[in-house]
Structures are given as C-alpha cells and as structure tokens.
Design a protein around this ligand. Sequence first.
Ligand SMILES: Cc1cc2nc3c(=O)[nH]c(=O)nc-3n(C[C@H](O)[C@H](O)[C@H](O)COP(=O)(O)OP(=O)(O)OC[C@H]3O[C@@H](n4cnc5c(N)ncnc54)[C@H](O)[C@@H]3O)c2cc1C
Ligand SMILES: *[C@@H]1O[C@H](CO)[C@@H](O)[C@H](O)[C@H]1NC(C)=O
Ligand SMILES: *[C@@H]1O[C@H](CO)[C@@H](O)[C@H](O)[C@H]1NC(C)=O
Ligand SMILES: *[C@@H]1O[C@H](CO)[C@@H](O)[C@H](O)[C@H]1NC(C)=O
Ligand SMILES: *[C@@H]1O[C@H](CO)[C@@H](O)[C@H](O)[C@H]1NC(C)=O
Ligand SMILES: *[C@@H]1O[C@H](CO)[C@@H](O)[C@H](O)[C@H]1NC(C)=O
Ligand SMILES: *[C@@H]1O[C@H](CO)[C@@H](O)[C@H](O)[C@H]1NC(C)=O
Ligand SMILES: *[C@@H]1O[C@H](CO)[C@@H](O)[C@H](O)[C@H]1NC(C)=O
Ligand SMILES: *[C@@H]1O[C@H](CO)[C@@H](O)[C@H](O)[C@H]1NC(C)=O
Ligand SMILES: *[C@@H]1O[C@H](CO)[C@@H](O)[C@H](O)[C@H]1NC(C)=O
Ligand SMILES: *[C@@H]1O[C@H](CO)[C@@H](O)[C@H](O)[C@H]1NC(C)=O
Ligand SMILES: *[C@@H]1O[C@H](CO)[C@@H](O)[C@H](O)[C@H]1NC(C)=O
Length: 603
Amino acid sequence: MTSLRAIVHFLLQFFVYFLKVQGTLFTAPNQLTKTEYDFVIVGAGAAGNVLASRLTENPKFSVLVVEAGITNEGILASVVPFLAPTLSPNTPVCWNYTTTLQPGLGNRSVPYPRGRVLGGSSSINYQLYTRGSSDDFDRFAKVTGDKGWSWNSLIPYIKKGERLVPPADHRDTTGQVDPAVHGNGPLEVSLSGLLTGIDFRVINTTKELGHEFPFNLDHNSGNTIGISWMQSTVGESKRSSSATAYLDPALGRPNLDVLIHTQVIKLHSTGKVKNLPTFKTVEIAQTVDGVRTNVTAKNEVILSAGAVGTPQILMLSGIGDPASLKSVGVQALVNLPDVGQHLQDHPVLAIAFPVNFTGTFDEVFQNTTFAAQALQQWNSTGQGIFSDTPDNTIAFLRLPNNSPIFKNFSDPSAGPKSGHYELLFASYARPGTSGVPVNTTGHFITVGLVVVSPASVGSMALASSDPFAFPTIDPGFLTSKFDVFTFVEAYKSTRRFLNASVWKDIIIGGPLGPLANATTDDEIAAFIRSQAMSIKHPVGTARMSPAHAKWGVVDPSLLVKGVSGLRVVDASIFPEIPAAHTVGPTYIIAERAADLVKAAWSK
Ligand SMILES: Cc1cc2nc3c(=O)[nH]c(=O)nc-3n(C[C@H](O)[C@H](O)[C@H](O)COP(=O)(O)OP(=O)(O)OC[C@H]3O[C@@H](n4cnc5c(N)ncnc54)[C@H](O)[C@@H]3O)c2cc1C
Ligand SMILES: *[C@@H]1O[C@H](CO)[C@@H](O)[C@H](O)[C@H]1NC(C)=O
Ligand SMILES: *[C@@H]1O[C@H](CO)[C@@H](O)[C@H](O)[C@H]1NC(C)=O
Ligand SMILES: *[C@@H]1O[C@H](CO)[C@@H](O)[C@H](O)[C@H]1NC(C)=O
Ligand SMILES: *[C@@H]1O[C@H](CO)[C@@H](O)[C@H](O)[C@H]1NC(C)=O
Ligand SMILES: *[C@@H]1O[C@H](CO)[C@@H](O)[C@H](O)[C@H]1NC(C)=O
Ligand SMILES: *[C@@H]1O[C@H](CO)[C@@H](O)[C@H](O)[C@H]1NC(C)=O
Ligand SMILES: *[C@@H]1O[C@H](CO)[C@@H](O)[C@H](O)[C@H]1NC(C)=O
Ligand SMILES: *[C@@H]1O[C@H](CO)[C@@H](O)[C@H](O)[C@H]1NC(C)=O
Ligand SMILES: *[C@@H]1O[C@H](CO)[C@@H](O)[C@H](O)[C@H]1NC(C)=O
Ligand SMILES: *[C@@H]1O[C@H](CO)[C@@H](O)[C@H](O)[C@H]1NC(C)=O
Ligand SMILES: *[C@@H]1O[C@H](CO)[C@@H](O)[C@H](O)[C@H]1NC(C)=O
C-alpha cells in the first residue's frame, strides 16, 4: 500500500488530472447569504448527499449541507478505481481515527479511517457494491416493527438508487450478473474492469466444488450466498460516489448550499415542541481559521455524519448516557443511553499464495515504469489495470447448519441468505495489506477473509468535551469466540477452495508468512488475532428500534427519540450489522429516508 502510494505521488509530479468545473461550494460560513434553512444536513457522505439531492428536488425546500472535509474534485486517487487503497489511512481526505487496544486482536490498536471529503467514505472506500441479503433487511423490519424496512418494500428504493453500466473493458457480461435486479438510479455499478485467468479459476471452482461453493449469478439479488463476479461503484472507468452521482448533479440548484471545510461542533437546544426539546441551532466552525457561527434549521436537522461522527455530535450536544457525558464534562440534556453503544464492524485479514501464472497485477507494485504505463493507459483509454477495483470476485458463505459452534452460540446472522463469512479474491498481493508479508517479486493471489455476521459488539464514547478531540472507538473485534471460530473456518474453507484442480497447475506454495506453519485451530486463531484489522464498516451507534422501545436511539422514521425535529440518516442507524459492505445498505436506507422526510414536510 505504502509503495503504491509512493508510486502515485511520484507520478503526480508529471500528471495533472483535468477536472470538470462544478457549481459553487462555500468554503467558509461567512460566504453564506443566509443562516436559516428548512433543512441542515450534517455530513456530505454516502447518506448525506442522497438526502441533499432528493430533498432539493422539491424547489420549496431550502437545504444546507455542512461538511468538515475538502472537495473530492482533483483527487486523482478518488477517481481511478485501482488506487482506492491509497486514500487511507492518514491522508488529507481522512479522519485518522484509531481504535482502543483490542483485547481480541492481541491488544493491538488498528487504524479506523473515515472519509473526510465530499462523498465521505464513499469517496475513499474500495468501491465494493453489496446490498446485503433480503434476510438482513427483513430483520430490520422485524426488529423495528416497520414493514417499510423489509427487502420487498425497499426494492423500489434499491432500484431508484443505482444502475448497472458496462465494465471498463466492455466485455459481454452475460452470465456474470443479472441485469433484471438492477435499477435506473444515479449511482453507477459495474463489473470489474479487467479480468485475469485468476478470476476465471475462481468461477470455475464452482463447477468442481459446487456443493460447498455454488455459483451465484448476482450477489445483489437478495440472496448473497455463493461465488459471484464482483460489482463495484464504478462507471466509465471512474469511481461513482455520492459526490459524483448525487451531489454534483444537484449543485446548480438554487435551493442547495454546500459548505465545506466546516465542522459541526454541537447542536443547541432551542426550545420545546410537544414537551420534547428541539435542537435546531447548529454551531459550526471553519476548520482553517476556527471561526464559529450558528446556522438554523426551520424544519429539521439531519445528522449524516457517519457511524463515528453522528454519535459524537449527539453526545457533544448533551444527548446520550448521562453518566458517560458527565464524566467528560458535557451537560446531559436528553437521556438516551444507547448513543454510541452497539458498535459493530467486520474484521478482515488477507492471505496470499504465490502463483506461477504471469497474468497477475503484481508488476504495478514492483515496477514504477509499469505503473506509470498503467496510469497512462487508464487516462487515455479508460482501460487496463487501473480501471479495475481491488477485488474481482466475491463469496458469501455460511457455516454448516450442524456446525458445533451452534451448540454454544445462537446464529448471529440474519438468515440463510446472509453469509457468516466472506472471501474476496484478488489477482495480486498488495504490499502492506494486513496479513500479507511485503514481497517485491513474484506473482500472487490474495484472499481476503471477512467475518460478516459477527457476534462481537463494541461501543464508542467521547474522550473529551473538546469537539475536535477524536472519540474513543472500541469495535470489540473478536471478543466473541463465535467470530474467532468463524474466522478459522473461513481460512479452512479457503484452503478447500484452493485445493480444486483448477488451482493445481498454478499455486506453487503458501500461504505467505507464518500462517504456512499454522496447523491447529489454535495456531490459526493466534495468527488471525495477530493480524486482523477493520474492514471499516462501523454501524449501529444510533440504532433504530420500535417507536416506544426503551432501547435504541432513533425510531423507525429515523427521528431521534426524546427530541423533536432531529433525524439520523447514515450507517449508524442499522439495528444489526448487515452481512455486506455497508455503503450499499447505506444508500438504500438513505433513499427511503429522503421519502420519509419529504412526506413529513410536504403537507
Ligand atoms: C477505507 C474504507 C473502505 C471502505 N470500503 C468499502 C467498500 O469497498 N464497500 C462498501 O460498501 N463500504 C466500504 N466502506 C464503508 C462505507 O464507505 C461506509 O459504510 C459508508 O460510506 C457510510 O456512509 P455514511 O453516510 O454513514 O458515512 P460517510 O460516508 O463516512 O459520511 C460521513 C460524512 O460526515 C462528515 N462529518 C463527520 N463528522 C462531521 C462533523 N462534525 N461536521 C461536519 N461533517 C462531518 C464526514 O467528513 C463525512 O464526509 C469503506 C469505508 C472506508 C473508510
Ligand atoms: C490525461 O489526459 C489529458 C488529456 O486528455 C492530459 O492533459 C493529462 O495530462 C493526462 N494525465 C495523465 C495522468 O496521463
Ligand atoms: C490525517 O492525516 C493526514 C496526513 O497526516 C493529514 O493531512 C490530515 O489533516 C489528518 N486528518 C485529520 C482530520 O486530522
Ligand atoms: C491485554 O491487556 C490486558 C490488560 O492489560 C491483559 O490482561 C491481557 O493479558 C493482554 N492480552 C494479551 C493477549 O496481551
Ligand atoms: C473455465 O471454464 C471454461 C468453461 O469450461 C473454460 O473455457 C476456461 O478455459 C476455464 N478457465 C480457466 C482459467 O480454468
Ligand atoms: C449559538 O447559539 C447558542 C445558543 O443560542 C449560543 O449559546 C452560542 O454562543 C451561539 N454560538 C455562536 C458562535 O454564535
Ligand atoms: C518494467 O516495466 C516496463 C514496462 O512494461 C518493462 O519494459 C520493463 O522490462 C519492466 N522492468 C522489469 C525489471 O521487469
Ligand atoms: C462449546 O463450549 C464447550 C464448553 O465450554 C467447549 O468445550 C467447546 O469447545 C465449545 N465448542 C466450540 C465449537 O467452541
Ligand atoms: C515471496 O514470494 C515467494 C514466492 O514468489 C516466496 O517464496 C517467498 O517466501 C516470499 N517472501 C516472503 C517474505 O513472504
Ligand atoms: C485436497 O484434495 C485432495 C484430493 O484431490 C484431498 O485428498 C485433500 O483432502 C484435499 N485437502 C483439503 C484441505 O481439502
Ligand atoms: C506452473 O508449475 C507447474 C508445476 O509446478 C507446471 O506444471 C505448470 O506448467 C506451471 N505453469 C505455468 C503457467 O508456468
Ligand atoms: C515454518 O517452520 C519451519 C520449521 O520450523 C521454519 O524453518 C520456517 O521458517 C517456518 N516458516 C515461516 C514462514 O514461519
């Protein structure tokens, strides 16, 4: 990762990526011509930009979006699909969070970046597009008592949000995706831009070992289980993010103002409606000069600051667990103990195997001239390695129903269409990837192992009443033995997968590193604990629950409990973590939320 970032840095001395000019963005509060809007949206991330775009379709609504980060325009690595991993951690487009020491990870702290740029994490993520299973959403409906969150009810919103476009190589994709389950929305989704023989071997393994590893034509059909071609948020060889797909087309609208370089500090309580406090004054600070201003929402403040930012703002505003707030000197105004609780995430680990197949992407990391040519090819034709995303094929898989672990644990997955674990296949080994030793020569296949239905649960809290201090983030990785068991099974499953005859002629050893010597489950588990990290899918820190439930933070309409006129729309509202990469589910809930808000204020 570091070396590719160095290569990109080197190349950028010579290349300028020319940008289209977009509408006006304000970069300081004093540029605003007014300070009162119908809606103030906090955070221009995946969800925030969906709301900004959908709400301003109604010319009667005025909307201000406040974003702490910078513009996404001009950031080459946020455009070139293959360069996604160079955008984090510790770059100018990130919140450079880290976790607390994780007992389940051998007391290591791991990086916890979030996007800090227009598009939020959708501008820096790895672009994998997975919606989750019908079981994931049906569980939301069941848990909240609102049928509107069920898969079937959400299908119109799923299709309203995305559309399938041709891959960069314009190949015939018959048999690689089911166009019938895709929609006609702004977010572009496509299959990987450049395939290698490794990818066909992954798919062909389903013919030989189809009982354990069935082929699944479309992992976004509601049933995720099996081996599939990867779908990514990429169109015309470029990243499709909430900034490019939703915000850019809306920027010219007279009823939309977008203010970047400006951090929301806290919400101020401004009165009461029906005996509930309102929080419609938003205190903001310009990030360069620190100058503070207040802006006000006439209708609603909508928090879309993400699963870390949203609970942090709630707590800074005095909404949370009173004892916890008091311990850092914040006055508690609304007793809502679940704010920041139930943080869930997916742990990931990559393993690499050397292959004697030359058509991998490894040269990009090993030869600067080759990387420069690949970037040139992307720029002039939109094709080649740099048009591709990090992974080309994907598997969601389940533990067998008779697995001994179910004697000790109830199944944390949402149902038979959700995986317990996931395998991600890549035609290279990226130096610096967790679990993969740096290797400067050779050709590799990498398998990413992910526990996608974890039983572990963590939490986050304020570390200080200082709004600029990073919060304390504890995802509780691998604190449940269920997750360790599942991780070990994912590794053993990978070994069975790569034992198929299509791999025999090319895999020449491995896995790289000390894992090669791990034979017992305990040895495999020890390696996992020493190397696993976050795949950066935090959710659940402002969970949705039934309207009158004592637990939870928001009701099924995503309104904050015990408060009037404050909504949360982002990944923090998931009651349980979906067995999916979380940007897809976030877009889905945001599309429905936009309709809920419109309906509430269009009378
Ligand atoms: C490195 C990385 C890789 C990932 N890879 C994938 C992937 O391949 N596929 C996938 O599906 N998911 C992936 N994810 C996760 C996915 O991107 C997120 O789940 C999704 O973007 C969440 O959307 P959101 O709207 O909740 O928050 P975000 O998209 O993170 O947006 C939150 C926005 O709020 C802003 N903000 C926060 N606090 C404040 C404040 N106080 N004031 C003003 N603005 C504020 C932030 O700067 C940010 O722009 C990845 C995430 C990361 C970080
Ligand atoms: C990309 O192509 C444009 C012309 O289309 C050129 O101006 C620019 O320098 C090129 N950049 C790279 C990265 O090759
Ligand atoms: C994250 O780190 C990068 C690189 O050091 C820096 O440019 C950026 O400002 C940091 N972000 C924050 C929010 O501190
Ligand atoms: C982690 O730290 C705790 C508390 O300091 C300690 O009790 C425990 O033994 C440590 N675990 C490991 C694996 O180092
Ligand atoms: C995969 O299977 C197809 C059809 O049987 C075959 O044509 C192709 O050569 C195989 N590819 C690899 C890499 O095994
Ligand atoms: C914002 O409004 C609150 C509540 O009225 C007030 O306490 C605070 O000082 C104001 N901040 C600014 C920067 O005006
Ligand atoms: C590096 O890549 C260039 C361009 O593809 C190629 O000509 C050269 O031989 C490569 N160098 C090595 C050491 O493989
Ligand atoms: C289940 O729990 C029992 C008793 O603690 C233990 O012996 C057994 O190993 C556990 N099984 C699994 C699969 O973890
Ligand atoms: C690098 O890869 C080769 C195979 O190509 C392998 O033999 C060697 O052990 C690897 N080095 C490391 C440090 O893993
Ligand atoms: C690999 O396949 C062989 C048969 O080809 C089988 O004997 C062996 O048990 C398999 N190993 C694993 C790990 O599945
Ligand atoms: C890879 O090595 C095997 C022997 O280990 C050999 O049979 C095969 O032909 C080699 N494949 C390539 C592409 O060199
Ligand atoms: C595996 O164990 C052997 C024998 O103890 C040792 O020589 C080798 O270095 C070990 N390999 C790794 C990658 O740790």
